[in-house]
Ligand binder design. Structure first.
Ligand SMILES: [Zn+2]
Length: 484
């Protein structure tokens, strides 16, 4: 769909928004009341419960651990109590986690801490080395995001001394490619430092992808990387490092929680979901306790209504390891079951402290274009916010969360998002307040992503928009079906 259509659609949405809101109130007083049944106290109750679960289970709710399983029990219990039909969809997955914290020690690194300044890349190998550091084709300062090709080509390791620790930089190619090139060149271990652009200086978490690689592989902040590179961008740096990664990698089971309304036409499924798992380094209150609480509250607010179409709410497992739960769910659908899915709404991080209220873009160009029908979902959200004078910004869908497998299967998708580790721009500060040049969520994938890291009022406001949108499609999916 050409880009110009987006502007037209938004203009049209703004024009009709008052009409839509007015006719809604007149035609269905019951439905227009529903979003207001969603309260700050209701959202907070779920967030408190999930934080308590993390506190009692080693500080996280990571897939394959007791913290996740307790989260799934909490959601299933609440949904059964609300009258939904609940089932758990189990699947096996390649679990990976630190058995003990990683070690990175060299002269000048005493101030750096595991899981704050350096950490294990997901699917790192285990092992301990003491060896010289060799910088591999670093690009510092990096002129733009993802400019560095450090370690991307086998030729980067032309004269690499066997057994040395390769110091690489985050950049244009996949982390696994960098680590596999290093291992092939005989590196004893790898440290991938962050890139240096705004929002990309601290420790980051990334996955190498399953299966586990053969050598220890750590991520590090720019500051820690700078000590190891000792002024060099290529070749031996004169620093010797003691490095260790101690990783459990094994097949485990986890589950999606699926709650379905008893009423409604099962040929038209209206699906809303959020991932319920956290990273292993923190409790995940914003990512994604907030989206999980939103979907819980929406489902509870609609319990006991008689939707024309069947409602299905899903909490995904294993999102942080690569959208494992949503991929499994979509992959096991038969063609007939796939056709029953009228749309999917995703909610991942809806309470970011330095937020922008983003609505997933429903139109686009080429291979990035969302499935037909997605624009109709965006319009429902846009009209809702416009009618209440609430400003929002649209954002490209990307592939970063659980809507991606649905979009790939041709199911119309939409959703809300309030920002992760990227920095807020000056224009966004002018429109929405907060701090420009600071991340939307400063605790993204960190241990400080606690209850205190969630803007509960924001999550509540977005939950009302979500409830309105689910109720809209519960009544009528013709707009998304027609587009298909
Ligand atoms: Zn997330």
């Amino acid at each position: 769909m050409p880009g110009g259509r987006t502007l037209l659609a938004i203009a049209a949405a703004a024009l009709v928004s008052f009409v839509a809101a007015g006719s809604m109130a007149a035609s269905s007083a019951a439905e227009s009341r529903q979003p207001s049944r969603i309260t700050v106290a209701g959202i907070r109750e779920h967030l408190v419960a999930l934080q308590r679960i993390a506190d009692r289970n080693g500080g996280n709710r990571f897939a394959g651990t007791a913290g996740y399983d307790a989260s799934a029990r909490y959601v299933a219990t609440r949904m059964r109590a609300a009258g939904y039909r609940v089932r758990l969809q189990e699947f096996r997955f390649p679990f990976v986690a630190d058995r003990s914290p990683p070690v990175l020690r060299a002269p000048g690194t005493e101030r750096f801490r595991a899981n704050r300044d350096f950490g294990t890349l997901l699917y790192s190998g285990s092992g301990a080395v003491e060896a010289p550091v060799v910088a591999v084709d670093l690009l510092l300062p990096s002129p733009s995001t993802n400019a560095s090709t450090s370690g991307c080509e086998a030729a980067d390791f032309g004269s690499f001394p066997r057994g040395a620790v390769a110091l690489l930089q985050r950049g244009s190619c996949r982390f696994r490619q960098k680590v596999e090139n290093a291992a092939a060149a005989g590196a004893g271990a790898v440290v991938v430092m962050n890139e240096g652009n705004p929002g990309r200086r601290g420790l980051f978490q990334a996955t190498l992808g399953s299966p586990q690689v053969s050598i220890p592989a750590l991520a590090a902040s720019v500051e820690a990387g700078d000590v190891l590179r000792n002024g060099r961008v290529s070749g031996p740096t004169g620093v010797t490092v003691t490095l260790r990664a101690d990783v459990v990698a094994e097949t485990r089971r986890t589950r999606n929680v699926i709650a379905e309304s008893r009423a409604g036409n099962p040929a038209n499924l209206v699906v809303a979901g959020a991932h319920l798992d956290s990273v292993d380094r923190g409790p995940g209150s914003n990512d994604n306790g907030s989206g999980s609480a939103l979907v819980l509250e929406v489902a509870e607010s609609l319990a006991g209504t008689r939707p024309a179409n069947r409602l299905r709410f899903v909490w995904w497992g294993g999102e942080e390891l690569g959208l494992l739960g949503s991929r499994h769910y979509v992959a096991q659908l038969s063609p007939a079951e796939l056709r029953r899915h009228a749309l999917y709404l995703n909610f991942d991080m809806v309470g970011s402290k330095n937020f922008v209220p983003f609505v997933y873009e429903g139109s686009g160009n080429g291979s990035a274009a969302p499935p037909p029908g997605s624009a109709a979902i965006e319009r429902v959200f846009t009209r809702y916010f416009a009618a209440r004078g609430q400003r929002v910004q649209s954002t490209g869908l990307g592939g970063g969360s659980d809507h991606a497998p649905f979009a790939q299967a041709g199911i119309p998708v939409g959703g809300l998002f309030t920002g992760a580790d990227e920095d807020k721009s000056a224009a966004q500060r002018d429109a929405f307040g907060g701090q420009a040049g600071e991340p939307y969520d400063a605790c993204y994938h960190r241990s400080c992503d606690t209850l205190a890291n969630v803007d509960v009022a924001l999550a509540t406001r977005l939950a009302r928009a979500a409830a309105f949108t689910v109720a809209h499609f519960a009544r009528d999916v013709s707009a998304v079906r027609r587009a298909g």
